[in-house]
Design a protein around this ligand. Structure first.
Ligand SMILES: C[S@@+](CC[C@H](N)C(=O)[O-])C[C@H]1O[C@@H](n2cnc3c(N)ncnc32)[C@H](O)[C@@H]1O
Length: 266
């Protein structure tokens, strides 16, 4: 057997099903929208700065931002570029983005309510295609085909390097092992198998921080990744939270590093 015998899309799908993130419904993201709008849009971060620097967007260029969220990149880039098409399947995220569009009078920012999985015939092509932290798609081949159909000049995708977004202490606290998310290596390999030799860099982030304020926020973040906890797991998580509070220790959620996968369109 050689690496060419491995179907990285099939393997990826198996992994996504195993970690309960296959067909993730948009309302899971709707709930996160207000906090993400507050924490991400217009807020300087190492992640945002490094991705912006890598993209080198020019004032005469157009952007298709897939899984745009509340506008982390769509908002600043609409202030800088010719046209921005911001696509997301979460109405909550698009509502947050619409508020920025309205407040900043961004007439060149166009909101597209669509999923990666929908028909994209009416999605405009753009000079640059971006999918930042929104590449846990159901089907890598479909994603690659859509990106290739829409990108005129350059593509930038970011993907996870670590299998968990949760503080590792959570797993020992609640007594669960979890397969975690499929990392960037599936996507990089599948691109290669599709004839795209993409570049790979890494984006270092501030050490991850749990952005919530209460135990209920922590529970919501854990259940977002792992599905519903049973009563015993909830009690153990509450004790973990109490200990962290008592010792004034941070809860380290997040990805310390993201993979940046990018290529020039030939
Ligand atoms: C972690 S947020 C990233 C937001 C923004 N791109 C950023 O980097 O800050 C992921 C976004 O992808 C969107 N998303 C997830 N799955 C999607 C899908 N299948 N189709 C379209 N958007 C999706 C979510 O609604 C959410 O807004």
């Amino acid at each position: 057997m050689t690496i060419d015998d491995i179907d990285f899309n099939a393997l990826y799908k198996q992994h996504l099903i195993a970690c309960n993130h296959y067909h993730l419904p948009p309302d899971k993201w709707d709930k996160k929208a207000p906090k993400m709008a507050e924490n991400l849009v217009g807020k300087p971060s190492r992640y945002n700065a490094q991705l912006m620097a890598a993209m080198q967007m020019q004032p005469d260029e157009t952007l298709l931002d897939i899984g745009c969220g509340p506008g982390t990149f769509a908002v600043p880039l609409a202030q800088h570029c010719r046209q921005v098409y911001a696509l997301d399947y979460s109405t909550g995220m698009l509502a947050a983005l619409a508020e920025f569009k309205h407040a900043l009078q961004l007439d060149n920012l166009h909101l597209l309510h669509k999923s990666w999985a929908d028909n994209w015939d009416d999605v405009p092509a753009a000079d640059v295609v971006l999918a930042s932290r929104s590449t846990l798609v159901d089907d890598l081949d479909d994603m690659i085909a859509k990106i290739c159909a829409k990108a005129k000049k350059r593509v930038y995708l970011t993907s996870v390097t670590q299998r968990h977004f949760l503080d590792e202490g959570v797993f020992s606290a609640i007594g669960r092992d979890d397969v975690g998310f499929p990392t960037y290596i599936y996507l990089l390999n599948r691109l290669y198998q599709k004839g795209i030799q993409a570049n790979l860099n890494f984006i270092e982030t501030e050490s991850g921080r749990f952005m919530g304020e209460t135990y209920e926020d922590l529970l919501a973040s854990v259940e977002f990744s792992l599905g519903a906890l049973n009563e015993q797991e909830k009690q153990r998580l509450a004790e973990f939270y109490r200990q962290k509070q008592q010792h004034n220790e941070p809860i380290k959620h997040g990805q310390p590093k993201w993979a940046l996968i990018w290529w020039d369109v030939a």
